[in-house]
Ligand binder design. Structure first.
Ligand SMILES: NC(=O)C1=CN([C@@H]2O[C@H](COP(=O)(O)OP(=O)(O)OC[C@H]3O[C@@H](n4cnc5c(N)ncnc54)[C@H](OP(=O)(O)O)[C@@H]3O)[C@@H](O)[C@H]2O)C=CC1
Ligand SMILES: O=C(O)CCC(=O)C(=O)O
Length: 487
C-alpha cells in the first residue's frame, strides 16, 4: 500500500526499541467519523517479531521480578504521571481512531491513569498468608510469584483502559508483557506504550507488536516463552485462544461478550430507569461488553417507560465525537457498522417492531463515516436473534412481561452472564434479583455499564473464562501461589 508520508508509521516496541517489521507492510488506521482522515499507519508484523518480543520479555523478566514491589510500583507511578500529562492528546487520538466522544475518551484515559496508580500501590501490599501447620515446630506460609511472560490481546472498544488494566497488574506482580492491540486502535496503544517507555521501564519488560489477529495472535498464543494470555474480545476468538493455551498448558483469562438485561419493575423511579437505559445502551455507540441490550419491563409501566424512552432517544445528537454537543459517535469501523445493520434487518425479519432509528445516517457530516441511528425494537421475544446475540451497537430490544418472575426468567435466558441491572424500590425484588440473576456484575438502580477499577470484573456463563480482572482479583490470574513449609 502507498504510505502518506505526512502521517506517522507506528513501529513495534521490542526490547526497549521502536522496530520496523520485516514484512514492510502497513495498514492505515482510519477515523470512523471521517474515513478520509488517516490517524497513522500501523505495521502488519510477522510471527518472527512476536517471537523476538517474547524472547526479549523472557530475558527481561528475570531481573524485573527481582525488584521490590515498591520499585516496580515506582515505574507505574511514573507512567501514570506521563499518561496524565498527555491525556488530551491521547484521548483525541482515541476519538479519531475508534469514534467514542472526546469527553468519554478523556474519561477513559483518566481511568487508565487511576488504574496505573492503583496497581503501583499494590507493590506495597501483602503477598501471602501465614497458615498454622499441624506441626507446632514448623512455619507454613504462602507467597505469590509471577507467571513469567504474559501475552496481552486487546480489543478496540477501550483502547487505553483495557490494555492498562491488563498490563499494570501483570507488571506490578513481576511479569513482563507482550501486547498485541486491536489493529483498529493500535496508534492509541502505541501512544500508551510511549508513556511506559518514557517512564524508563527496563528494556524488554514491556513490548508491543501490531498486526493481524489471525496471524500474530496465534503466534503469541502458541509461543512457548509466553506463560499466560489475557484476552478481551469476541467469544469466537476467545475460545480459540483458550483452546490453544490449554493445549500447551499455558494459563489464560478470557473476557468476552455480554447480552446485558435491565429489568424495569412497576415500582421503580421511571425517569431514573429511562436515563440509565439510554446511557447504558447508547454511550460509546453501544460498543461495550457491559452495554444494555435488552430492557425487560413490567406491563403496568410499559407504555409510560416506552414513551419517555422514545422522547429522550430522539434528543440524542449523533456525529463526530470531537465536535461540541455530540453525544454519540459512529460505529468503530465499517465492519462493525455492517454487523449492526445486519442485526437490525434480522430483527425486522423475525417480526420485532422497529420503534426508533434503524438506519445508517446519510448526508452532510455523515457520508464519510459509519454512523447509525440509536435503535429501539419492541415486540421482541426471547428466542429472537436480537434478544440472544451480542450486537455491539446502539440497538435495544424492549420485552414486556407480566411480572418480575417472568422478567428474571427472560433475563437469564441467554448464553451470556456479564452484567445485569434492575430498577425497583422494593427490597424483596432487589434481593431476589441479587440472588437469582446469573451475572458477574449485579447493578441495582444503576445502569448496566459502570466498572470500578478496584472491584472484580468478569462474567458468568459464556461471558468469561470464569476468572476475574481488576481490583485485588487480578492477583489470582497474574500470580501463582507457592506454599512454603519450613522446619
Ligand atoms: N467483550 C468485549 O469487550 C468485546 C467484544 N467484541 C465482540 O466481538 C465482535 C468482533 O469484534 P472484533 O474486533 O473482531 O473482536 P476480536 O475478538 O476479533 O478481536 C479482539 C482481539 O483479538 C485479536 N484476534 C483476532 N483473531 C485472533 C486469533 N485467532 N488469535 C489471537 N488473537 C486474535 C484481534 O486482532 P485484530 O485487531 O487484528 O482483529 C484483537 O486484538 C464485536 O462485534 C463484539 O461483539 C469485540 C471487542 C470487544
Ligand atoms: O464498561 C466498562 O467500563 C468496561 C467494559 C468492557 O470491559 C468492554 O466492553 O470490553
Amino acid at each position: 500500500m502507498t504510505v502518506d508520508t505526512k502521517k506517522e508509521t507506528y513501529l513495534n516496541f521490542v526490547n526497549g526499541s521502536w522496530t520496523a517489521s520485516t514484512s514492510g507492510e502497513v495498514m492505515p488506521s482510519l477515523n470512523p467519523a471521517n474515513n478520509d482522515d488517516i490517524v497513522g499507519y500501523v505495521q502488519m508484523s510477522t510471527k518472527e517479531e512476536i517471537d523476538d518480543a517474547a524472547t526479549a520479555a523472557k530475558e527481561a523478566q528475570k531481573s524485573w521480578k527481582k525488584l521490590s514491589g515498591n520499585d516496580r510500583g515506582g515505574f507505574l507511578y511514573k507512567a501514570a504521571d506521563i499518561l496524565e500529562s498527555r491525556l488530551e492528546e491521547i484521548a483525541e487520538c482515541m476519538t479519531r481512531e475508534m469514534g467514542k466522544t472526546f469527553p468519554e475518551a478523556k474519561g477513559e484515559t483518566a481511568r487508565g491513569v487511576a488504574i496505573l496508580r492503583y496497581y503501583a500501590g499494590e507493590g506495597l501490599r501483602k503477598e501471602g498468608d501465614v497458615i498454622p501447620s499441624t506441626d507446632s515446630s514448623a512455619l507454613m506460609f504462602t507467597s505469590r510469584v509471577p507467571l513469567g511472560v504474559v501475552g496481552v490481546i486487546t480489543p478496540w472498544n477501550f483502547p487505553v483502559a483495557i490494555p492498562i488494566w491488563k498490563m499494570a497488574p501483570a507488571l506490578i506482580y513481576g511479569n513482563s508483557v507482550v501486547i498485541k492491540p486491536a489493529q483498529e486502535t493500535a496508534v492509541t496503544c502505541a501512544k500508551v506504550i510511549e508513556c511506559f517507555e518514557e517512564a524508563g521501564f527496563p528494556a524488554g519488560v514491556v513490548n508491543m507488536v501490531t498486526g493481524s489477529g489471525s496471524v500474530i495472535g496465534p503466534a503469541l498464543t502458541e509461543n512457548p516463552n509466553v506463560n499466560a494470555i489475557t484476552f478481551t474480545g469476541s467469544n469466537g476468538v476467545g475460545k480459540v485462544i483458550g483452546q490453544g493455551c490449554l493445549a500447551r498448558g499455558a494459563k489464560y483469562q478470557l473476557e468476552m461478550g455480554g447480552k446485558n438485561p435491565v429489568i424495569v419493575a412497576a415500582d421503580c423511579d421511571i425517569d431514573l430507569a429511562v436515563d440509565a437505559t439510554i446511557s447504558g445502551a447508547f454511550r460509546s455507540t453501544g460498543q461495550k461488553c457491559t452495554a444494555t441490550s435488552r430492557v425487560i419491563i413490567e406491563e403496568a409501566v410499559y407504555e409510560t417507560f416506552k414513551e419517555k424512552l422514545l422522547k429522550k432517544t430522539a434528543e440524542i445528537t449523533v456525529g463526530d465525537g470531537l465536535k461540541e454537543g455530540i453525544w454519540m459517535g459512529p460505529s468503530a469501523s465499517e465492519n462493525q457498522l455492517n454487523t449492526v445493520l445486519h442485526y437490525i434487518e434480522k430483527g425486522k425479519e423475525e417480526g420485532a417492531t422497529l420503534l426508533a432509528g434503524g438506519n445508517r445516517l446519510k448526508g452532510e457530516g455523515f457520508d464519510s463515516g459509519y454512523f447509525v441511528e440509536p435503535t429501539i425494537f419492541e415486540n421482541v421475544t426471547s428466542e429472537m436473534t436480537i434478544a440472544q446475540e451480542e450486537i455491539f451497537g446502539p440497538v435495544i430490544a424492549l420485552i414486556q412481561v407480566n411480572n418480575l418472575k417472568d422478567a428474571l426468567h427472560i433475563a437469564n435466558d441467554v448464553d451470556f452472564g456479564l452484567c445485569a441491572s434492575i430498577f425497583t424500590s422494593n427490597i424483596q425484588n432487589m434481593l431476589s434479583f441479587i440472588e437469582d440473576m446469573e451475572a458477574g456484575l449485579i447493578r441495582v438502580n444503576s445502569e448496566s455499564a459502570g466498572v470500578e477499577l478496584q472491584a472484580p470484573f468478569g462474567g458468568m456463563k459464556q461471558s468469561s473464562s470464569h476468572s476475574r480482572e481488576q481490583g485485588e482479583a487480578a492477583k489470582e490470574f497474574f500470580t501463582s501461589i507457592k506454599t512454603i513449609f519450613v522446619k
